[in-house]
Design a protein around this ligand. Structure first.
Ligand code: N01
Length: 576
């Protein structure tokens, strides 16, 4: 989640978004659709999309590659998987009743509990009949003759729909790096994002973990506690803050269940979609002792509040350094061996310019006798072998190899589907120079496609459940608007898209996010264009841009369709 960057209230949103909507009659229309809307994915975005589409009277169906709902929380079952947004915020806000009946057991819910919540939502709102599981959508082609998408699945199904809602998540396309010899290892290998559902018995095993991002940092303490020996292969040290996870008190549960208005406010009135406890001052406005007090207090409380202590640590190098040095000091305090501590202290990027990690005993894990840190900056990997990993300094024998190596973030989940737009170009081709979209939700050349939490929207910089809710609400209102007017086609205008992309980039330049080699920038994937993908202007400004666009009749989009009363205006209700 992003720190609250206190960006200027007037973000200078691109004026040329005010393009006239081009409304023209549709060409020949095909009434025999399978569904009006196909939703790709049944994670938090897809579930809410199904709910709202059905409420608004659309025929909708989702296809999900997993065997159940939950998206990222279905797949990420690695030991220690836990949310880094507080449970009271990391939940839906659309239903007062849902909020009143669900009781989170921990301050930061673990993966099993979040998955149970997703399953509860799917059952409570009767969404399961609207989902086909174990089915991956492999391709989708848009036909401009009749304003439809033809979708194909890996189960051999082909179906037609008017609109496509990609609820594919930003971090679902796993990434295993091309390390020499990566297919030579003869023992089990696991990616944290595709952890076996039956679990992995690590007792008595020599385990190697490559990667120290959020996933590695959560998994490492748990694996160390179970394995005979753990060897961590670290390329870049990372900042991590103590989660200080704990059970929720009965009073906290009681308040969370009743304070529905507070829940709404945390999502709607803050930039990151979570409750904000910053001082409101610039870091250097406080004398060093006062600053240390503020930082110490938030370190002791735990969670990501520390990142929001001051409003300028996300955009001012000097301010950032005060916070970074505070955290470095904590690492040096916790880790007993000074050489190991030196390897773990991050110095190559500002704190928060990569996704901040939350941990439970991560740095202290390196004080265990059964844990070895291999600093790959000192001894790079030469090759993976049949029995372990060779660096240029030593051979490490392993029984199990864990890749905590992350994702082809934000674009990967979309470009790995063969999506073909109006002129037959694939989305992967269109985005080969970097993703471009209007408001992060629609792409020029790809009519009737909506990308929930797509690149160009706040997405991973916000509370993703709330970002999904906001996107779904916008999409369903948009589809309702089209239906009421007998319109069957909506497409982002290329000029408006360029203006939005320029704005997304401009806002990122106000921050320190461009100072790190992060997955936000595509820097973790060889050959991926370096472009800051999420929108850092914050949920408040972003929501306003979306709302203004809808209120003005969707300027920046070209709308088309048959006049009211034609076949196109007839609702399509063919069941799944
Ligand atoms: O992936 P990452 P992640 N040789 O890309 C290393 C969300 N999430 O799965 O930094 C050696 O952050 C790479 O090294 P470097 C959250 O948004 C949330 O951990 O590129 N190492 C890095 O250390 C998060 O940010 C939660 O030098 C290699 C690691 O692999 C996002 O998912 C939990 C390498 C990848 O880190 C992704 O996190 C988990 C190579 N060739 C995830 N290639 C919570 O809610 C890569 N690495 C708590």
């Amino acid at each position: 989640m992003t720190a609250d960057l206190n960006l200027p209230a007037d973000l200078n949103l691109p004026a040329d978004l005010n393009l006239p909507a081009d409304v023209s009659p549709a060409a020949a229309l095909e009434p025999t659709l399978d569904h009006e809307v196909v939703v790709i994915g049944a994670g938090f975005g897809g579930l809410y999309a199904l709910h709202e589409l059905r409420e608004a009277g659309f025929s909708a169906h989702a296809f999900e590659s997993g065997g159940g709902v939950g998206g990222t929380w279905y797949w990420n079952r690695y030991p220690g998987a836990r949310c880094d947004v507080e449970s009271v915020d990391y939940c839906y806000s659309f239903s007062r009743e849902l909020n009143a009946e669900w009781a989170w057991s921990e301050r930061f819910a673990g993966q099993p509990e979040i998955l149970r919540y997703a399953e509860h939502v799917a059952e409570r709102f009767d969404l399961l009949p609207m989902i086909t599981f174990d089915t991956r959508i492999t391709s989708a082609r848009y036909d401009d003759g009749d304003h439809t998408w033809t979708v194909e699945t890996d189960q051999g199904r082909r179906l037609r729909c008017r609109f496509l809602v990609a609820a594919v998540g930003a971090l679902s396309a796993t990434q295993v790096p091309e390390i020499p010899g990566h297919d030579r290892f003869t023992g089990p290998t696991h990616h944290t994002g595709r952890w076996p559902h039956e679990g992995v018995n690590l007792a008595g095993k020599r385990v190697g973990v490559i990667g120290t991002g959020s996933s590695g940092i959560q998994a490492i303490p748990e694996i160390a506690a179970e394995a005979a020996h753990l060897t961590v292969f670290q390329r870049t040290p990372n900042y991590s803050l103590p989660a200080r996870n704990r059970p929720m008190s009965s009073r906290e549960i009681w308040v969370a269940q009743r304070d529905y208005e507070g829940l709404l406010a945390s999502g709607n009135a803050t930039n990151a979609g979570v409750y904000n406890v910053g001082t409101g001052r610039p870091a250097l406005a406080d004398p060093p002792e006062r600053r240390a007090e503020e930082y110490e207090h938030r370190w002791a409380v735990g969670g990501t509040d520390l990142m929001r202590t001051y409003g300028d640590t996300g955009r001012d190098v000097e301010a950032n350094e005060t916070l970074a040095e505070f955290v470095r000091g904590k690492i040096r305090e916790i880790v007993a061996d000074p050489a190991t501590a030196a390897s773990l202290v991050p110095t190559d990027h500002p704190i928060g310019s990569k996704r901040i990690c939350l941990d439970s005993g991560y740095f202290a894990t390196y004080n265990r006798d059964n844990v070895t840190l291999v600093d790959l900056r000192r001894e790079p990997i030469v090759t993976i072998t049949e029995t372990g990993i060779d660096t240029d300094a030593a051979s490490y024998d392993l029984d199990v190899l864990v890749f905590a190596t992350g994702y082809d973030a934000m674009t990967g989940p979309l470009t790995r589907i063969d999506l073909r737009g109006a002129d037959g170009d694939s989305l992967a081709q269109r985005w080969s120079g970097g993703p471009r979209s209007l408001l992060g939700i629609a792409v020029a050349g790809f009519p009737n496609l909506f990308t929930l939490t797509g690149p160009g929207s706040p997405s991973v910089l916000a509370n993703v459940i709330r970002a999904n809710e906001q996107h779904v609400d916008w999409v369903v209102a948009c589809l309702t608007y089209l239906r009421e007017r007998g319109l069957t086609r909506i497409e982002a205008d290329a000029q408006a898209q360029d203006a939005w992309a320029a704005h997304v980039h401009e806002v990122a330049t106000y921050t320190l996010y461009l100072h790190a080699k992060s997955w936000y920038l595509g820097a973790n994937i060889d050959g991926k264009p370096r472009q800051f993908m999420p929108y850092i202007g914050g949920m408040v400004a972003y929501r306003k841009a979306c709302d203004d666009c809808a209120a003005a009749g969707y300027p920046g989009f070209a709308l088309a369709g048959a006049p009211r009363g034609s076949a196109a205006a007839t609702p399509v209700t063919k069941p799944a």
